[in-house]
Write a protein that binds this ligand. Sequence first.
Ligand code: TRP
Ligand code: ZN
Length: 465
Amino acid sequence: MPRSLPTVPAALLALVLTACDGGVHGTPGGSGVHDPYFPKAGNGGYDVGHYDLRLAYDPSGGDRRLTGIATLTARADQDLSAFDLDLVGLHVDGVTVEGRPARFNRAGQELTVRPHDDLAARETFRVTVRYSGTPRTLTDPDGSHEGWLRTADGALALGEPVGSMAWFPGNHHPSDKATYDIAVTVPKGLQAVSNGELTGETSAGGRTTFSWHTAAPMASYLATVAVGHYDVSRYTIGPDRLPAYVAVDPTQTKASRAVLAKIPEIVEWEEHNFGPYPFSSTGAIVVRPQDAEYSLETQNRPVFHGAPGTGTLVHELVHQWYGDSVTPRTWRDIWLNEGFATYAEWLWEEDHGGDSAQQTFDRLYAHGEDDHPGLWSFPPAKPSGAAHLFDDPVYVRGAMVLHKIRQTVGDAAFYDILRGWAAAHRHGNADTGEFTAYVEKKAPDKDFGPIWKNWLYGKGKPDRP
Ligand code: TRP
Ligand code: ZN
């Protein structure tokens, strides 16, 4: 205590300290993190470290209700009088912060929480949201569906880019990664599959709870839950015995058997090319083709809508490195996911008796528009709007950017860049500027200016291949 304080009468000092209520006078955290494509996604003022989600779902009831208790452990970035979570639909039954009931308010996707006591900068706090209702299926800006999808015998949660707010409250922006415990209680006889590793399966009162633990940071768009009947196979891969958990809708078992048998070989090929597998388990979830409109690289365990082809299996698994472990800082950086995953498909072809990546590149440059009409409509690093994040320029032209880098530096340095990039940002976030700086640092004698200008950021089809 400072020397001057004893001169203040003790009673007065006590009064001052009480009135200050600990001295924290926070301001609201803010309703978004200024993502260029989804300005309301995520929230300002705090960072989530862990999500504990306790869900119960009964697909047999007419209203297919979800009941949830979400406990987030977060750290305040500033003194906070209030903070937002993202949640759409569902009914909020109550919110506590540090165990004390908190006031809350809803407007659009913002659930604003006003804790009983202001939170101090750098303070770790726990917020618990109890909620229930029939979760919504959301329509993306591009017209595709995500969020909570009903399936014939259960449900499937898909969250890219902003669907996860349909089934749990959170800081739904890829820049805030966290660890997860997801426990799902379903009627006995059904299964619930999620990310990470299965740590428990207990039955009581005609219901079964499946507990899943994700120890590595995960962006919320990569969280998934699949409820239904699944044929499950479990095995390990390689000398490090990486656990695999593969869940297949019984109607898809026969059609997907041969391709899923390639998972060990694909993971080992990817480790060889891109570096150590970034997570503590792998696998796949195969749903019926009509259950989802696309496959998604949900962490550890991608979801496939129907038996995938080998290319799609390679694509979603390589996202574990590029997308899931190295996650875009904003949605503008999405080509760092899709360009890499697409280029990995070309490399797989090249290494397995198909076209070389050079041949694929040449074909696309010559007449790529035949199969990909919008191929040259915008540059990969600047998608022309939220409705175009998953369009061909991001995937195909993004892959072409990587091929241009490979042409410039040669194979040895190129693979070094792919591996080094995954290692440098492992379990983190990265943006396009960091990638170009990384490439330049790895090959300081080369001039990448024209590649960035013509292929990555430039409008229209580059003049020369
Ligand atoms: N990221 C997925 C993949 O390429 C695809 C995807 C996710 C998608 N969300 C989408 C495609 C929305 C179209 C629309 O593996
Ligand atoms: Zn992809």
